[in-house]
Design a protein around this ligand. Structure first.
Ligand code: 13P
Length: 248
């Protein structure tokens, strides 16, 4: 199993910065046993596809739960696949919070994505108060149950992103991540049986070049979903290279 390293650029970037990133990556070789995915905004998908080395996979940050029609502003999974995307992130905590997305909507988005032939990264994660009141296991288990309804294990990844670790500089400790990844694996095995073994469980939340190698060396962490540190070409290249040291 290769290490999966996904960049989530969120609502950042401009034509000039994407071009500069791609220029810096022109000489970057595909690190051994690492799958690298970049998820820019919808506006920059085509540019990333054209400008980045071909071995870098393209992903989107969201897709519609519907297939097509009068849904102004929405982008369908088929459109993403048509543009050359191989991946889509669904259920990011920022979409759950800012757009009130529910687990069942997230499951529908994942289903549409899989129907369009995309691989899907489904995000889950608890808030700080939920961890402080020891509800984090229960919260993540409920998110998984709701968000994976009708979703196939093929081409599926789960991104554990504790909300308190996102953009704060306070990453979960390896121990905290391992503990939750263990429980996620347990839930996945209950949901999918043996087929769950092919599902990658990756960590997101303040992943930095300095911490990536230790993270990837962990038995239960199959990769990372990287926000802030993926915006800078050198730091993301360093994180991608650290994937080679994953124990898989
Ligand atoms: P940061 O790496 O900036 O904490 O963001 C994590 C994230 O939300 C990736 O989806």
């Amino acid at each position: 199993m290769s290490t999966l390293v996904i960049a989530n650029w969120k609502m950042n970037g401009a034509v000039a910065s994407v071009e500069a990133f791609a220029q810096a990556w022109a000489g970057v070789a595909n690190p051994e046993k690492v799958s690298v995915v970049i998820c820019p905004s919808f506006a920059h998908l085509s540019l990333v596809r054209e400008a980045m080395p071909r071995w870098v996979q393209l992903g989107a940050q969201d897709c519609s739960e519907r297939t097509s029609g009068a849904f102004t502003g929405d982008v369908s999974a088929t459109m993403l696949s048509d543009l050359g995307c191989q991946w889509v992130i669904v259920g990011h905590s920022e979409r759950r919070a800012c757009h009130s997305e529910t687990d069942s909507q997230v499951a529908q988005k994942a289903q549409r994505a899989q129907q369009a032939g995309l691989q899907v990264a489904v995000c889950v994660g608890e808030q700080l108060w939920q961890r402080e009141t020891s509800e984090h296991h229960q919260v993540v288990a409920a998110q998984l149950a709701g968000s994976l309804e009708g979703v196939s294990p093929e081409g599926l990844a789960i991104a554990y992103e504790p909300i308190w670790a996102i953009g704060t500089g306070h990453a979960a400790s390896t121990q905290q991540a391992e503990d939750m990844h263990g429980q996620i694996r347990h839930c996945l095995a209950g949901h999918y049986g043996e087929a769950a073994e092919s599902i990658k469980v990756i960590y997101g939340g303040s992943v930095k070049p300095a911490t990536a190698r230790a993270l990837f060396a962990s038995e239960t962490i199959d990769g990372a979903l990287v926000g802030g540190a993926s915006l800078e070409a050198d730091s993301f290249a360093e994180i991608a290279r650290a994937g080679t040291f994953g124990r898989k």
